[in-house]
Design a protein around this ligand. Structure first.
Ligand code: EPU
Length: 338
């Protein structure tokens, strides 16, 4: 375990922003984590745990300690006729876990294929895509209290998962380090194909889904066609969350914007932020080194050499325009590191 000084983070965040961390360390197992928690450098500094770096925007150098999570391992805890329970360490790549499950014919996270980032980030923001959410398969989350080093197991309810949200982003923000998650996946066929983009893709390509790998491949293909590859162009996936309104508010908006897409979800209505941004004329626009992706307006991109502040300025302009035109408040989904 070695503590580095002034460590450059450009390869460790998918936006590709070049900033330095005052202290930097990699941890490979729970023992190293415990060792780290007792060091003065850890105790006396601001800290940031980093996984795949796919949901952060560094707005300036980080004047504290960045800890890179490299905890690895996937194990099958139980295996019966109905399901398999799988425990996965938080530093594994999320998509590797998806592959592990679809190769074993399991159902539950195939719609979440190719979501960038590590397993530890999954419960943090209750990852969701193509009609599936982590909450549907999560059994528990193991996490260390970073001030005492004590390990605690959170059941799904205690994680308070919501839309891109959990207790780890709210009440317990910066208090726990997630070390592992456990999922229960189905051996019985459980197709979840109702999401519009997925239904259309399967019909268009005449795909008859017979196993979870078929779904995983389809989702991966859709994502590749719509979302920019961070290896080619820096980005952090959806920069903003979608907007939720009550039904009366939707009615008012529809009087002015009859073509506004909307999706009912649990009593409230989701309005795609991508559409709002597109209507404000931002889709595909470039401002200096930053811009809005041309196939998915929710994604902000670094065309090369961007500073975090430039991305933030662009985000703020978009927020202001959407507010002015629609009276709706866009909220970043990406974790802004200041
Ligand atoms: N739309 C537009 N213009 C755009 C983009 C979207 O008009 O530029 C409208 C379309 O009407 C479309 C609707 O938005 O029907 C929904 O678009 P899409 O299916 O692409 O999904 P999204 O709501 O924009 C969410 C997630 C994505 C996830 C997709 C697919 C959030 C913030 N984003 O986007 O997650 O992949 O659904 O399930 O909830 C991520 O979190 O990084 C991410 C990419």
């Amino acid at each position: 375990m070695k503590i580095h000084n002034n460590y450059n983070l450009s390869k460790l965040n998918t936006f590709g922003i070049s900033v330095n961390a005052e202290f930097f360390i990699e941890i490979e197992n729970e023992n190293e984590l415990n060792e780290l928690l007792s060091t003065l450098e850890f105790k006396n500094n601001k800290k940031l745990f980093l996984g795949g770096g796919s949901n952060v925007l560094f707005t300036k150098d980080f004047d504290g300690m960045v800890i890179l999570n490299k905890l690895k391992g996937i194990e099958i805890l139980t295996d019966d006729a109905e399901s398999m329970v799988i425990r996965c360490m938080s530093g594994e790549i999320w998509h590797d876990l998806v592959i592990f499950t679809v190769e074993r014919g399991l159902w539950g996270i195939e719609n979440l294929s190719l979501i960038p980032g590590t397993v530890g980030a999954a419960p943090m923001q209750n990852i969701g895509a193509y009609g599936a959410e982590l909450t549907n398969v999560l059994e528990n989350v193991e996490a260390f209290d970073i001030s005492t080093g004590e390990k605690r197991i959170f059941n799904t309810e205690e994680c308070k998962l919501g839309y891109r949200d959990s207790v780890f982003k709210n009440k317990l923000k910066d208090k726990y380090f997630i070390s592992a998650i456990t999922l229960r996946l189905s051996k019985k066929i459980k197709k979840n194909l109702a999401y519009k983009a997925l239904t259309e893709y399967l019909a268009k390509n005449k795909i008859e889904v017979s196993n979870s790998k078929d779904v995983s491949d389809a989702v991966a293909d859709i994502r590749r066609s719509k979302l920019p590859d961070p290896k080619v162009i820096g980005n952090a996936g959806s920069f903003f969350k979608n907007v939720f309104v009550e039904k009366p508010e939707l009615k008012k908006l529809q009087e002015k914007y009859p073509l506004m897409p909307h999706f009912e979800e649990g009593g409230v209505v989701k309005i795609p932020a991508g559409w709002l941004i597109e209507q404000c004329g931002w889709k595909g626009k470039r401002v200096g080194n930053v811009g809005v992706h041309d196939r998915q307006a929710l994604v902000l991109v670094n065309h090369g050499g961007a500073k975090g502040g430039e991305v933030l300025d662009l985000a703020n302009k978009i927020i202001a325009d959407v507010k002015e035109k629609f009276g709706l408040e866009l909220v970043p989904e990406v974790n802004l590191i200041r």
